[in-house]
Design a protein around this ligand. Sequence first.
Ligand SMILES: *Cc1c(COP(=O)(O)O)cnc(C)c1O
Length: 373
Amino acid sequence: MSEHLTIPENLLPADGRFGAGPSKVRRGQLDALLAAGTSILGTSHRQAPVKNLVKSVQEGLLDLFKAPEGYQVVMGVGGSTAFWDTASFGLVENKAQHLSFGEFGSKFAKATNTAPFLADSSIITAEPGTRPDPVAEEGVDVYAWPQNETSTGVAAPVKRVAGADEGSLVVVDATSAAGGLDVDVSETDVYYFAPQKNFASDGGLWLALFSPAALERAERVASTGRWVPDFLNLKTAIDNSAKNQTYNTPSLSTLVTLDDQVKWMLSNGGLDWATARTADSASRIYGWAEASSVATPYVVNAQDRSNVIATIDFDESVDAAAISKALRANGVVDTEPYRKLGRNQLRVATFVAIEPDDVTALTNCIDYVLENL
Ligand SMILES: *Cc1c(COP(=O)(O)O)cnc(C)c1O
C-alpha cells in the first residue's frame, strides 16, 4: 500500500508544501504575525496602525514592480474571483476580449460574456497546455488574459496588443505570476493578483496595479449610472485604497504576512532576484522530467512553460495519483494536478517562498517512490 511507503528522512525536503495556492508560508512571515499579535491584530482597520500597514504593502508593491509614475495599488476584499466581477461591472466599458486556455482565464471570460450590460465577449481559446495570442479587434475596450494559467502551467507574455483601439486597456490576471514571473507593468493597465501564491500569504484579498488610463476608465464607467452592487464597486475600492483602506473589513493577518513577504523579496534583491530563484527551481523539476524515462513536461512548447507552476505528465506505466498519495503520506503535499484537467500528472508550485533545494529533494522523493511503489 502506497500510504505505508516511508521515504527516508534524508531525502525529504525541509518543507513539504508544493501547492499552487494556498501555498507555503515562510517561517519569517509567521514570526511577523506573532510580532503584530498585540499591536496590529485585533485593532481597527480605520486607524493609523492598520492604515500604515496597508500603505506599506502598497508602497512595497509599487517598488517591487518598479511601477511607472501615476500607477496606484487598488485593493478589495474577495480575492481575484471577486475582482473578475468588479472589473465586469466597473472596468469594461462595452466589450472585452479574453484569452481562455485553462480554468482561470475561462472564468473571467464567462463573467464578462454573461454580463447583461456588456456586448458578448470575444473569447479566443487554445487547448490546455498551449496558449493563444490576443488579436486587435475594433470595439474591444479590455484585453484580458492570465500571465500564468495555474491550471495547466502555461505562462503567457505580457505585452500591449498592437493595433488595438486607442484607449483600450490590458488587464492581466497575475494571481499566480505576480512576484514570481518577470513583468514590465507599463505593458499593462491593470496587473491584479491575490496574496496566497508567490506572496505566500492567505487568500481573500485582491490587489491591482492600476495605470492612470485604468483609473480614468473606472471613473468614466462609474459616471454612466450602470447599476453596481456596493461590494463590487470599483470606484469605491479605488477611493478607499487611496486612503489606505478597503471598503469592508480585510483580514489583518493576511496583510501582515503579505507585507513581510514583499519586504523579504525587496531585501533580497526584488523582482530580479525572485524571478531568478523561480527559474532555478523550475529548471530543476523540468530538467528532472526531461531526463526521466517515465515523466515529461506537460507543456510541449518549452517557451510556454511556467517558472512558478510545473506540470509533469507520466506515462501509463505509472499512476501519478499514487505518487501524490505516497508523497502526501510522507508530508510532501499538494502535488496533485488541477482536478478538472484530468491528466496522469503532478503539478508542482515553484513559488518564490519555496527553496530550490527543496524542489531537488522533491524530485529525489519522486524517484524513490517510483522505485519502491
Ligand atoms: C488562484 C488563481 C485565481 C483565483 O484566486 P482567488 O483569490 O481564489 O479568487 C485566479 N486566477 C489565477 C491565475 C489563479 O492562479
